[in-house]
Design a binder for this molecule. Structure first.
Ligand code: DQA
Length: 142
């Protein structure tokens, strides 16, 4: 089982950005946590973060034929990007959408997700634990 974990814009600023909303765990901490979790479950994990929409599309395309599942937090592109939705549909790899904060309880514009219709599940408001829950969902094939 190989899982690609993709984080979009500003998620490299975790621990620094709005800690009251996103917590104090840094992006490096998050990566370490995911790698350790996956190692214990014998899951191969690749981590990727970019602030650029086209780079996120490229990464999803590169995963074609090489990855069994995608965990994706597109950050603000969640609410705007048809291109990321189309990339996920193009590669047809099972994906789970993750948000650290509870996007459905925040501003109205955050309640729109272009990728939600494609993803097997959306996990939001569980903090960084959401990434681990998403890995479990893909690993269990639910
Ligand atoms: C986020 C929520 C988005 O609305 C925001 O733009 C982010 C992070 C989350 O993880 O809660 O960058 O995806």
């Amino acid at each position: 089982m190989k899982i690609l974990v993709i984080n979009g814009p500003n998620l490299n600023m975790l621990g620094i950005r709005e800690p009251d909303i996103y917590g104090r765990v840094t992006y490096t901490d998050l990566c370490d946590m995911i790698l350790e979790y996956a190692l214990n479950k014998n899951i191969e994990v690749e981590l990727y973060q970019s602030n650029h929409e086209g780079d996120l599309v490229d990464k999803i395309q590169e995963a074609y034929g090489k990855t069994d599942g995608i965990v994706i937090n597109p950050g603000a592109y969640t609410h705007t990007s048809v291109a990321i939705l189309d990339a996920l549909k193009a590669v047809a790899i099972p994906a789970v959408e993750v948000h650290i904060s509870d996007v459905d309880a925040r501003e109205e514009f955050r309640q729109i997700s272009y990728i939600r219709s494609y993803c097997k599940a959306t996990i939001s408001g569980r903090g960084v634990q959401g990434y681990l829950d998403a890995i479990d969902l893909l690993n269990n094939g639910d």
